[in-house]
Design a protein. Structure first.
Length: 111
């Protein structure tokens, strides 16, 4: 049984995004700044229904119907949605670079 659990944990560890301090920073940032509007797997406080559920966002080709999905564009969108899409319900969110990077990596770690 213990062997099975260790095996099941391997893919997460190998991906390098879902664990550790960066994932903790991401979950905290998402709880504080995104959870009122978005549902995000793995973050209990993120159950919002204003914007899209962010499950599987890494597999989506376009972010918010406008930007090709890349890490740089994801960071741009989550900090400056208003300059990308003026009038969107999603506000600009004043995150530190470390917070924005951690959130992007966390979102890309979701299936
Ligand atoms: C006030 C509500 C609100 C907050 C707060 C908010 N968002 Fe959004 N978000 C939205 C809405 C509404 C959309 C859809 C906007 C659009 O397509 O123009 C959106 C779109 C997105 C998208 C694109 C989704 C897709 O399917 O293309 C991502 C990624 C995203 N938000 C991430 C975040 C993250 C990360 C945070 C926190 C740092 C956050 N949002 C905070 C409302 C919000």
């Amino acid at each position: 049984m213990r062997g099975l659990i260790a095996l099941a944990a391997l893919p997460l560890a190998a991906c390098g995004h879902a664990g550790g301090a960066s994932a903790d920073l991401a979950r905290q940032t998402i709880a504080d700044h995104c959870g009122a509007c978005h549902t995000v797997p793995g973050v209990a406080q993120a159950r919002g229904r204003v914007g899209p559920d962010l499950r599987g966002i890494g597999k989506q080709q376009i972010i918010a119907g406008t930007l090709p999905n890349s890490r740089a564009n994801m960071i741009r969108w989550i900090t400056h949605a208003q300059s990308v899409s003026p009038g969107s319900v999603m506000p600009d969110i004043p995150l530190t670079a470390a917070q924005a990077q951690a959130v992007a990596d966390y979102l890309y770690s979701l299936d």
